[in-house]
Design a protein around this ligand. Structure first.
Ligand code: MSP
Length: 407
């Protein structure tokens, strides 16, 4: 039987986990647990994205080896999963030998097939985002602050061919209505695909970056971190063993809206097609947790530490809050006041009173024993029907990811 295969994005190993990371894991966990409850066999994967310039620079600033820093940070993220009661089956680290082997194998295959070629990269580069930019990324003639310092560079580089797949990708999006959820998130992709695609530079020269997977066909370069990271979904699905067929294709990649275009909706489908894999069924795209209207992130300096909230309110209250408060696909403002209100009113008053009444009435009218299904007559039928209808409605809401209503 095919596993229901669901993944989170893999977080950058360049700081402490924050509320945004925790939310994505809880959301994915809710789906995984629900599927298991329905009797499906589930494979749930999360992990850590450990290569790239920011990780290298972070280690340098601490005066330690990148691997040492990654080992420590991976313990923080694994610890977060444990505190959040995440039921993942696999935690991929992109420094795992098994992952690196798969990346090299696929790079080599694409190179041998002529999908990767050597050329020269001329253009703009954002150090902060580790991203090549074009003038299209400017806003009113300026580089948005998000990119930090943008420099002009010319250097030899390896490119992965994207252009030739553009029409196919547009067609795939048109033919597969479920490829992106919620549907309104598709517009951003279609807009992006209106312009001709440029081939993707997938190498970084060793002089500029050491902390990456060396290209198997040219040791003078390491692999662009996104090309490496996306392949975690394949390497972590037991690629190279018989198990792989049970897992792939993924049913859901759960990701934030910032990494939909272009990595997950353009690079990833094309990488898979070129390498001969089926495409994932759905990209489930959530919004951002904001604070004072801004995306919560490590660099905003305002990130909420989920562990503090769990210490104070308990893990169930935390999980309830993030799932109840955020409508999937939309942004949500975090505030301690809203957390407190939900905690007191939804959980304390509503749920607390319900449980207390049910327990009291069972004690008063049923001698503290929940009656078995033997009472005959209409009241039982009514209760049964209400129960069945409620479960059916709940199931429908759960299937449509309407958790904020289901709860
Ligand atoms: N390493 C890449 C993902 C590679 S996946 C092959 C990355 N890492 S990240 O640490 O920046 O983000 C990891 C996930 O957390 C992403 O899906 C991102 O959208 C999500 N979040 C990070 N900050 C967030 C909020 N403030 N709110 C909700 N989720 C956001 O991108």
């Amino acid at each position: 039987m095919k596993n229901f295969y669901i993944t989170t994005a893999i977080d950058y190993a360049n700081g402490a986990p924050h509320l945004g990371h925790a939310y994505e894991k809880v959301l994915t966990d809710v789906i995984a647990r629900y599927r298991r409850l329905k009797g499906e066999s589930v494979r749930f994967q999360t992990g850590l994205d450990e290569h790239g310039q920011k990780v290298e620079q972070g280690a340098e600033a601490e005066g330690i080896e990148p691997q040492v820093r990654c080992d420590r940070i991976s313990e923080d993220f694994k610890g977060l999963c444990a505190r959040l009661k995440i039921t993942h089956d696999n935690f991929v680290r992109t420094t795992d030998e098994s992952h690196k082997k798969v990346v090299c194998e696929i790079l080599q295959k694409l190179f041998d097939n002529g999908d990767i070629y050597k050329g020269e990269y001329k253009g703009y580069y954002s150090q902060r985002q580790e991203q090549f930019l074009t003038l299209r990324d400017q806003e009113e003639g300026e580089w948005p602050a998000l990119y930090g310092e943008v420099i002009e560079i010319t250097e030899p580089a390896y490119f992965f061919k994207l252009k030739q797949h553009q029409d196919w990708l547009i067609q795939h999006l048109n033919d597969n209505d479920d490829f992106i959820f919620p549907k309104f998130r598709k517009n951003q992709v279609t807009e992006f695909l209106k312009e001709p695609l440029n081939d993707l530079c997938i190498s970084r020269p060793l002089e500029r970056l050491k902390w990456g997977i060396p290209l198997p066909f040219d040791e003078g370069f390491v692999t662009y971190v996104w090309f490496d990271a996306l392949l975690n979904y394949i390497s972590g699905a037991a690629y190279g063993t018989d198990e792989f067929e049970k897992n792939w294709p993924a049913d859901y990649h759960v990701i934030g809206k910032d990494i939909l275009v272009p990595p997950h909706s353009v690079y990833w489908p094309i990488m898979l097609k070129a390498a001969g894999f089926e495409l994932p069924k759905t990209l489930l795209v959530h919004g951002w947790w904001l604070q004072s209207g801004e995306k919560m992130s490590k660099s905003s300096g305002k990130a909420v530490n989920p562990l503090d909230l769990i210490d104070q309110y308990g893990v169930d209250a935390f999980r309830y809050y993030v799932i109840r408060e955020m409508k999937i696909g939309h942004d949500s403002n975090f505030s301690t006041e809203i957390f407190e209100t939900r905690y007191k009113s939804d959980l304390g008053n509503d749920l607390g009173n319900l449980v207390s009444r049910a327990v009291n009435m069972t004690a008063r009218y049923g001698a503290g024993i929940v009656p078995a299904e033997t009472i005959s007559g209409d009241p039982e039928k009514e209760v049964k029907e209400t129960w069945e209808n409620t479960i059916a409605e709940l199931g429908e809401l759960m299937d449509k990811f309407q958790y904020h209503i289901a709860l």
